[in-house]
Design a protein around this ligand. Sequence first.
Ligand SMILES: [Zn+2]
Length: 153
Amino acid sequence: MVEKKKLQVEAIGTGTVIDHIPAGQGVKILSQLQLLGTDLRITVGFNLPSKELGLKDIIKVENRLFNETEASELGLFAPQATINVIENYAVRAKFKMSVPEKLEGVFECPNSNCITHNEPVQSSFAIKERNNDIQLKCRYCEKSFSKDIVAGL
Ligand SMILES: [Zn+2]
C-alpha cells in the first residue's frame, strides 16, 4: 500500500499531489481551489480503488506548491486527504488534512443581509461537524450554512 502510494507521488516532478480524496469530492476541490481555467497541468483520477476509502479521487497539479492555507481550505471537503508537495521527484512536505476550526477571508457569507457585504470586514466562519456535514457559522450574522452552500457548489 505504501509503495503504491509512493509510485503515484513519484509520477510528478514538481508540484502537489492531493491523495485520498473521498470519491466525488475531487470535482469540488478543483472548483474550490480555482484550478480550472488556469494553464496549470492537472491530472485527475476519479473513483480509483483505495483500501481505506473504497474509492478515492486524486489530483496532481504540476509546478504548483500548495501552502498550508490552501491545505486548510481543502480540509473542508476532504478531511482525510493527504497533500504531498513534490520537488524534484522528492516529497518536500506532507500535510494531513483536518477540518479547520475557522476560516477567514475565504468565502463570502451566503446571507445577503449580512453586514460583511456592506462593511470592509473579512468574512469569518466558525466550523463545526454535524450529522456528517460540515457547517460554517458566520461570526457576524451568526447564521449557519452547509459547507457546499458557503463554497457556492
Ligand atoms: Zn454572515
